[in-house]
Design a binder for this molecule. Structure first.
Ligand code: C6P
Length: 414
């Protein structure tokens, strides 16, 4: 059932962990959703039901449990295809997460296609998992890694993209659809359009976008797309790599082993059909099935309602937080161009100290470089605090975060 407005009160009842007390009886205020989200009973129960009632390996046997397990596993692939408007479900590959998805592309397509003197373009606000695999590949091949910079508002400078494209040497442009630190929503369709015109492949890191907004892969028209289940109510250890079929068909396998083969002889092997060619070994069956329940949960609320909830909450938080003396907030000013992620520093107190003090009040925020050290360098900071929201967060959570900063002020006599 699609609802137009989201009821945090009802939603919260589905998340057992949100009833928890932490630190001497303080109610948990969980504001680290960009890192990983909490799991509703529906997801926990789906995993437990699989192990209690259906546990068997997939794609290998004909007995009842094996059929049930295979069916449930494959149903998730169908569900993901529908959720993201993917036409061919064979283009959906289960991996461990966004990191593995990007590495898969670098090791298979990348090794096959990137040559000496080629350019791979990424951005200054990428997560390390969208930088390091390309550094490794560029070093191996004698290629160059270049960066689309960001302006002081935290947006990508697309002129940089144009000047790289003009060299005629760019083979891949890879960027996140939403920054995990600034919350900036990239102008993805425009970037992809410019790359397509130049005949350049595009990879979109959807780790922070898919959980929070409607994503239509068909419309996006990129070549590779990666995201993780655990940031969208699903279990850890499951993610998806989507690759356009024409490209996937040309890619060599990533891992060798069971299920990815058609025939193995002493010195020769032929590959299984897509997508199994890229899913070697026993997959993370239980968690893929848990992921299915997460997609159902999000679909029942509706991605538009989720996005609206986060716009409202982030707007409220930005207004309230910007009134706090001594706070520095990073990122885009326009609420419609950012997700529910607010990175900030408080006076010159180290973010780890801020996070430790407010943790005593039950507030969970992430502090550090957020696996985005290139961005930290650009912002000229070593670290930040980061509050990130999801469907169960409320304005009261924001108020508690702000109140908890008073404790920091008291302690440091600010
Ligand atoms: N960001 C954060 O706290 P994995 O770990 O493979 O599920 O996702 C990696 C990843 C890739 N891209 C982006 C944009 C991300 O935000 C993340 C994960 C978490 O910001 C954990 S470091």
């Amino acid at each position: 059932m699609q609802t137009s407005a989201l009821s945090t009160e009802n939603i919260r009842k589905d998340f057992p962990i949100l009833q928890r007390m932490v630190r001497d009886g303080k109610p948990l205020v969980y504001l680290d959703n960009a890192s990983t989200t909490q799991k509703p009973n529906q997801v926990i129960d789906a995993i437990s039901d699989y192990y209690k009632n259906h546990n068997a390996n997939v794609h290998r046997a004909v007995y009842a449990l094996a059929e049930e397990s295979t069916e449930a596993y494959e149903k998730t692939r169908e569900k993901i295809s529908k959720f993201l408007n993917i036409k061919n479900k064979e283009e959906v590959i289960f991996v461990r997460g966004t990191t593995e998805a990007i590495n898969l592309v670098a090791y298979t397509w990348g090794r096959q296609n990137i040559k000496k003197g080629d350019i791979i373009v990424t951005t200054e606000y990428e997560h390390h998992s969208n930088i390091v695999p390309w550094q490794l590949l560029a070093k191996e091949k004698g290629a160059k890694l270049e960066y689309i910079g960001i302006n002081d508002n935290g947006e990508l400078i697309l002129d940089h993209l144009d000047s790289y494209l003009e060299t005629g040497k760019v083979k891949l442009v890879t960027f996140s659809q939403m920054s995990n630190v600034l919350g900036t929503i990239s102008n993805s369709e425009e970037i992809i359009k410019r790359c397509k015109k130049a005949g350049v492949k595009t990879l979109v890191d959807g780790a922070q976008s898919v959980p929070h907004m409607k994503v239509d892969i068909e419309k996006l028209d990129c070549d590779f797309f990666a995201f993780s289940a655990h940031k969208m109510l699903g279990p850890t250890g499951v993610g998806v790599l989507w690759v356009r079929k024409e490209i996937l068909e040309t890619m060599p396998p990533f891992h060798g082993g069971g299920d990815m083969i058609r025939e193995v002889h002493k010195y020769e092997t032929t590959w299984n059909d897509l997508p199994y060619k890229f899913e070697a070994g026993t997959p993370n069956i239980a968690d893929v099935i848990g992921f299915s329940a997460a997609i159902d949960y999000l679909s029942n609320i509706g991605m538009d309602a989720i996005r609206q909830h986060e716009i409202d909450l982030t707007k409220y938080a930005l207004e309230k937080m910007s009134q706090v003396k001594g706070i520095t907030i990073y990122g885009v000013k326009d609420i419609l161009n950012r997700g529910g992620v607010i990175s900030f520093n408080f006076h010159d107190v180290h973010p780890h100290d801020v996070a430790t003090i407010i943790d005593r009040e039950g507030i969970a925020v992430r502090s550090g470089h957020h696996c985005a050290q290139v961005l930290m360098e650009r912002l000229n900071v070593a670290a930040t605090n980061r509050a990130s929201f999801y469907i169960y967060n409320t304005k009261e959570d924001v108020d508690k975060l702000i109140k908890s900063l008073e404790k920091v002020s008291e302690l440091y006599k600010l």
